[in-house]
Design a binder for this molecule. Sequence first.
Ligand code: ARG
Length: 572
Amino acid sequence: METLQQNVRTTVFEGAKKVFSELPLSEKEIEITQATQEKFGHYQCNSAMKWAKVLKKVPREIAEAVVASMNHEPFEKIEVAGPGFINLTFKNTFLSERINRVAHDPRLGVPPLDQAQKIVVEFSSPNIAKEMHVGHLRSTIIGDALARLFEFLGADVVRLNHVGDWGTAFGMLIAHMREEVPEALSGEKEADLPQLMEWYRASKKRFDEDEEFKKRARGAVVALQGGEEDALKGWEKICEISRKAFEAVYRVLDIHLEERGESFYNPMLPHVVEDLEKKGLITVSEGAKCVFHEGIRIPLMVQKSDGGYNYDTTDMAAMLHRIEEEKADRILIVTDAGQNLHFELIRRTCEQAGYLDPEKVRFDHVPFGVVLGPDGKKFRTRSGETERLVDLLQAAINKADEILVMREEGMDPSQRKELAEILGIDAIKYADLSSNRISDYVFSYERMLRFEGNTAAFILYSYVRIHGIKRKIGEEIDLSSESIVLEHPSEVGLGLHLLRFSEALGSMEQELLPNILTDYLYLLAQKFNLFFRDCRVEGDPAQNRRLLLCELAASVLGQGLQILGIKTVEKM
Ligand code: ARG
């Protein structure tokens, strides 16, 4: 089913075709936006100015001519306003007919993507032998929401965890553990990530201070890169210990991804450098092989002067692999905005090398801002160390529980615990997703756990309430042959908004901003409240058809939350 916006676009285009002998704009280029204010109607067309420029006429006249030739059938009102905007208001009967189709559509009026698409979404990507930090939390939450969106839109989504599992640091760590804690390296003794980090710090200290150790560490790197069995085993053990800690976080967040770390691309690195050389893109600078780009001082460095490969080389190989082997139609990489320059260099180099053709493959680096503490500085714990993610998640759950103790007196403790686990994690996810991804955002348990405003609790509460209406009136009522009739302005307002679900998802899909969807859901909850205030449901002659509208509102809210990775509850 086409969106309302598309319906307007087509109708305007058909009208324009009758006015112009030669069309200055294609249908796709006609600009249709949702009206900024209710009094202007439902949609607005802003293309008269562009038409006028080409035809050298007054925009208003053009707009009026297009309106005169348009099909007015679906519209209550079409007006030309200001310099030449066309404001359009649909008939209630038209919207009612639409919403009835949506109400009986399992996809809630959202069409799948035009063509089957393969979409690589790379997110989370923490580093081995280091704690995951809040930056990785953001990447995990945003990446999962984007992956879920594409899954709902019917794409074949590959969720990749590009863990930092390769590099010279591992030689150091292996050498140190071999000498100091061989039993942990062999696996005879269990070790955890905090221990591993301690050994990492100790190994670094020795590396800087002890020449002999430095040699042994370098030897271990060579052995590892040469694929020597003993070194490889040690490395695998180190990865395994780290992985366990990451998985604990993913479990709490209910996130699933496929690990395909930096090491995976290791065998492809020499080929990438050779190929770039062959294509004449390499400049040697102080012994290092670099690719320079116009207007950017820093080059992409694909081979260090000592012959080693690095982060840049790995990302070139990863792009090539995702395009040629995975045959991706779109590639998304979700990281902090600090890596903007890096990915700009990767994009340009890939384009120049002919790996990436923007006409065929859309590549988006999806950057996000920094998480700030209440003091406006980068988020840290009191001790000054970056907070461990599991602790941070657990704190949200504990705080949610404290709130529930106060709010829901007499709630059964085990039920409360379950609810707190959902609410705490939902609050963290929602707070992240609802702030504009690109800006920094302030992390505040107090704010994210509020029950009013644009928060998880408010949306969840609305969801539960809408669900409860049917339960209260009677679950056994059969609505399958009911038809919604949109009459009262609040009813029309809710119906129109429900019909815009696919537009919201469409914008999120293009702009990759999850807050488009949270804003949509927040407004949906508000529109529902207005409807429920103004239109009686229970006992009204319109009871059943209004119940159907309630049900659709609950389904859209539930589907929206599902896309965001926010868990719902039936009761609260
Ligand atoms: N491991 C990196 C970090 O923690 C993120 C990796 C991002 N992805 C990539 N393809 N470079 O900063």
